[in-house]
Ligand binder design. Sequence first.
Ligand SMILES: [Zn+2]
Length: 227
Amino acid sequence: MFPEVLTEGYKTFLGERLPNERRKYEALGAGQQPEVLLIGCCDSRVAPEVIFDTGPGQIFTIRNVANIVPPAEDNKGESHHGTSSALEFAVVALKVKHIVVMGHATCGGIKAAGMGSDPLSSGNYIGNWVSLVEPAKRKLADAGDHKDKEGYLTRLEYAMIGQSLENLMTFDFVRKAVEAGELHLHGAHFGIATGELRVRDPKTGEFQSVVARDGQSLNPSALIHCS
Ligand SMILES: [Zn+2]
Protein backbone atom coordinates (compact mmCIF):
# COMPACT_ATOMS: atom_id res chain seq x y z
CA MET A 1 0.00 0.00 0.00
CA PHE A 2 1.18 3.48 -0.86
CA PRO A 3 1.40 5.51 2.40
CA GLU A 4 -2.02 6.73 3.49
CA VAL A 5 -0.74 10.16 4.52
CA LEU A 6 0.33 10.72 0.91
CA THR A 7 -2.76 9.22 -0.69
CA GLU A 8 -5.05 11.41 1.40
CA GLY A 9 -3.00 14.53 0.69
CA TYR A 10 -2.92 13.81 -3.02
CA LYS A 11 -6.69 13.42 -3.05
CA THR A 12 -6.96 16.97 -1.71
CA PHE A 13 -4.44 18.19 -4.28
CA LEU A 14 -6.40 16.53 -7.07
CA GLY A 15 -9.74 17.85 -5.87
CA GLU A 16 -8.75 21.39 -4.84
CA ARG A 17 -5.32 22.74 -5.67
CA LEU A 18 -4.94 21.27 -9.15
CA PRO A 19 -8.28 22.52 -10.52
CA ASN A 20 -7.67 25.93 -8.93
CA GLU A 21 -4.13 26.21 -10.24
CA ARG A 22 -4.31 24.23 -13.46
CA ARG A 23 -3.00 27.10 -15.60
CA LYS A 24 -0.07 27.59 -13.28
CA TYR A 25 0.84 23.91 -13.53
CA GLU A 26 0.47 23.95 -17.30
CA ALA A 27 2.83 26.94 -17.52
CA LEU A 28 5.28 25.28 -15.14
CA GLY A 29 5.32 22.26 -17.44
CA ALA A 30 7.42 24.37 -19.80
CA GLY A 31 10.10 25.15 -17.21
CA GLN A 32 10.96 26.81 -13.92
CA GLN A 33 12.33 30.25 -13.04
CA PRO A 34 12.55 30.37 -9.26
CA GLU A 35 14.35 33.41 -7.83
CA VAL A 36 15.24 31.73 -4.56
CA LEU A 37 17.37 28.73 -3.72
CA LEU A 38 16.64 27.60 -0.17
CA ILE A 39 18.99 25.18 1.55
CA GLY A 40 17.19 23.64 4.50
CA CYS A 41 17.25 20.60 6.75
CA CYS A 42 15.43 17.41 5.78
CA ASP A 43 13.69 17.52 9.18
CA SER A 44 9.98 16.93 8.58
CA ARG A 45 9.03 19.90 10.77
CA VAL A 46 10.75 22.50 8.64
CA ALA A 47 8.98 22.52 5.27
CA PRO A 48 10.00 25.69 3.36
CA GLU A 49 6.87 25.79 1.19
CA VAL A 50 4.71 25.78 4.31
CA ILE A 51 6.75 28.34 6.28
CA PHE A 52 6.89 30.77 3.37
CA ASP A 53 3.45 29.92 1.97
CA THR A 54 4.83 29.43 -1.52
CA GLY A 55 3.50 27.45 -4.43
CA PRO A 56 5.14 25.32 -7.10
CA GLY A 57 7.93 26.96 -9.08
CA GLN A 58 8.80 29.59 -6.46
CA ILE A 59 11.58 28.05 -4.35
CA PHE A 60 14.30 25.75 -5.61
CA THR A 61 14.97 23.64 -2.55
CA ILE A 62 17.87 21.56 -1.31
CA ARG A 63 17.25 19.71 1.91
CA ASN A 64 19.92 17.68 3.66
CA VAL A 65 20.91 16.72 7.20
CA ALA A 66 21.46 19.97 9.16
CA ASN A 67 21.18 22.28 6.11
CA ILE A 68 24.90 22.12 5.51
CA VAL A 69 26.71 23.54 2.49
CA PRO A 70 30.00 21.70 2.09
CA PRO A 71 33.02 23.61 0.77
CA ALA A 72 33.75 23.31 -2.95
CA GLU A 73 35.86 20.31 -3.91
CA ASP A 74 37.72 19.48 -7.06
CA ASN A 75 36.24 16.00 -7.19
CA LYS A 76 37.33 14.98 -10.70
CA GLY A 77 34.31 12.70 -10.85
CA GLU A 78 35.52 10.53 -7.98
CA SER A 79 32.78 11.35 -5.52
CA HIS A 80 29.09 12.17 -5.54
CA HIS A 81 27.93 15.60 -4.45
CA GLY A 82 24.17 15.87 -4.11
CA THR A 83 24.14 19.30 -2.48
CA SER A 84 26.86 20.84 -4.64
CA SER A 85 25.29 19.58 -7.87
CA ALA A 86 21.91 21.12 -6.98
CA LEU A 87 23.71 24.35 -6.03
CA GLU A 88 25.53 24.37 -9.36
CA PHE A 89 22.25 23.94 -11.24
CA ALA A 90 20.42 26.64 -9.26
CA VAL A 91 23.16 29.25 -9.66
CA VAL A 92 24.55 28.52 -13.12
CA ALA A 93 21.49 27.27 -15.01
CA LEU A 94 18.53 28.85 -13.17
CA LYS A 95 20.44 32.00 -12.16
CA VAL A 96 18.62 32.35 -8.85
CA LYS A 97 18.93 35.80 -7.28
CA HIS A 98 18.97 34.72 -3.65
CA ILE A 99 20.33 31.79 -1.66
CA VAL A 100 18.86 31.30 1.80
CA VAL A 101 20.51 28.86 4.20
CA MET A 102 17.81 28.10 6.75
CA GLY A 103 18.62 26.27 9.97
CA HIS A 104 16.17 25.42 12.68
CA ALA A 105 15.69 24.81 16.39
CA THR A 106 16.39 21.38 17.92
CA CYS A 107 18.24 20.18 14.81
CA GLY A 108 19.25 16.54 15.25
CA GLY A 109 22.16 16.83 12.85
CA ILE A 110 23.62 19.81 14.70
CA LYS A 111 23.08 17.98 17.98
CA ALA A 112 24.98 14.95 16.64
CA ALA A 113 27.83 17.26 15.66
CA GLY A 114 27.78 19.26 18.88
CA MET A 115 27.31 16.52 21.43
CA GLY A 116 28.80 13.62 19.51
CA SER A 117 26.83 10.45 18.76
CA ASP A 118 27.47 6.84 17.92
CA PRO A 119 27.33 5.88 14.23
CA LEU A 120 23.87 4.70 13.17
CA SER A 121 25.35 2.23 10.68
CA SER A 122 28.72 0.89 9.61
CA GLY A 123 28.82 3.60 6.93
CA ASN A 124 28.58 6.39 9.54
CA TYR A 125 27.20 8.67 6.86
CA ILE A 126 25.83 11.18 9.35
CA GLY A 127 29.06 11.34 11.35
CA ASN A 128 31.05 11.99 8.22
CA TRP A 129 28.57 14.58 6.91
CA VAL A 130 28.25 16.54 10.16
CA SER A 131 32.05 16.62 10.54
CA LEU A 132 31.55 19.66 8.27
CA VAL A 133 30.26 21.43 11.42
CA GLU A 134 33.76 21.32 12.98
CA PRO A 135 34.84 24.82 11.84
CA ALA A 136 31.70 26.29 13.45
CA LYS A 137 32.43 24.36 16.66
CA ARG A 138 35.98 25.68 16.66
CA LYS A 139 34.76 29.27 16.27
CA LEU A 140 32.46 28.88 19.28
CA ALA A 141 35.25 27.19 21.24
CA ASP A 142 37.61 30.06 20.43
CA ALA A 143 35.01 32.41 21.93
CA GLY A 144 34.91 30.30 25.12
CA ASP A 145 31.65 28.51 24.30
CA HIS A 146 31.20 24.77 24.84
CA LYS A 147 28.57 22.06 24.95
CA ASP A 148 27.97 22.24 28.69
CA LYS A 149 26.75 25.84 28.46
CA GLU A 150 23.03 26.51 28.19
CA GLY A 151 21.86 27.28 24.66
CA TYR A 152 25.04 25.90 23.08
CA LEU A 153 23.24 23.93 20.38
CA THR A 154 21.22 26.99 19.32
CA ARG A 155 24.45 28.98 19.02
CA LEU A 156 25.95 26.10 17.03
CA GLU A 157 22.91 26.11 14.71
CA TYR A 158 23.50 29.83 14.15
CA ALA A 159 27.26 29.43 13.74
CA MET A 160 26.87 26.63 11.20
CA ILE A 161 24.54 28.75 9.09
CA GLY A 162 27.34 31.33 9.01
CA GLN A 163 29.85 28.62 8.10
CA SER A 164 27.64 27.37 5.27
CA LEU A 165 27.42 30.94 3.92
CA GLU A 166 31.23 31.07 3.99
CA ASN A 167 31.40 27.69 2.27
CA LEU A 168 29.07 28.94 -0.45
CA MET A 169 31.66 31.54 -1.37
CA THR A 170 34.23 28.77 -2.04
CA PHE A 171 32.28 27.84 -5.19
CA ASP A 172 33.65 30.03 -7.96
CA PHE A 173 30.27 30.34 -9.69
CA VAL A 174 28.69 31.58 -6.43
CA ARG A 175 31.51 34.00 -5.65
CA LYS A 176 31.45 35.50 -9.14
CA ALA A 177 27.66 35.98 -9.10
CA VAL A 178 27.80 37.57 -5.63
CA GLU A 179 30.65 39.88 -6.64
CA ALA A 180 28.70 40.89 -9.76
CA GLY A 181 25.75 41.84 -7.54
CA GLU A 182 23.55 39.24 -9.23
CA LEU A 183 23.24 36.91 -6.25
CA HIS A 184 22.57 37.62 -2.57
CA LEU A 185 23.24 35.23 0.31
CA HIS A 186 21.12 35.09 3.45
CA GLY A 187 21.04 33.11 6.68
CA ALA A 188 17.81 32.29 8.51
CA HIS A 189 16.65 30.16 11.44
CA PHE A 190 13.19 28.76 12.12
CA GLY A 191 12.08 28.26 15.72
CA ILE A 192 9.56 25.41 15.08
CA ALA A 193 7.70 25.54 18.43
CA THR A 194 7.34 29.33 18.29
CA GLY A 195 7.03 29.62 14.50
CA GLU A 196 9.51 32.48 14.77
CA LEU A 197 11.85 33.21 11.87
CA ARG A 198 15.17 34.89 12.53
CA VAL A 199 17.38 36.39 9.85
CA ARG A 200 21.14 36.72 10.07
CA ASP A 201 22.71 40.16 9.99
CA PRO A 202 25.78 39.63 7.78
CA LYS A 203 27.66 42.46 9.49
CA THR A 204 27.40 41.08 13.01
CA GLY A 205 26.46 37.42 12.48
CA GLU A 206 23.58 37.98 14.93
CA PHE A 207 20.13 36.55 14.22
CA GLN A 208 17.31 39.03 14.54
CA SER A 209 13.63 38.07 14.75
CA VAL A 210 11.55 39.12 11.78
CA VAL A 211 8.46 39.05 13.99
CA ALA A 212 7.56 42.37 15.63
CA ARG A 213 6.81 42.55 19.34
CA ASP A 214 3.08 42.28 18.70
CA GLY A 215 3.76 38.73 17.46
CA GLN A 216 1.84 39.25 14.22
CA SER A 217 3.48 41.88 12.03
CA LEU A 218 6.93 41.90 10.52
CA ASN A 219 9.98 43.65 11.89
CA PRO A 220 11.29 45.46 8.79
CA SER A 221 14.74 46.16 10.19
CA ALA A 222 15.46 42.42 10.30
CA LEU A 223 14.64 42.01 6.63
CA ILE A 224 16.71 44.65 4.88
CA HIS A 225 20.14 43.08 5.11
CA CYS A 226 21.86 41.48 2.16
CA SER A 227 25.40 40.30 1.95
ZN1 LIG B 1 17.79 19.66 11.24
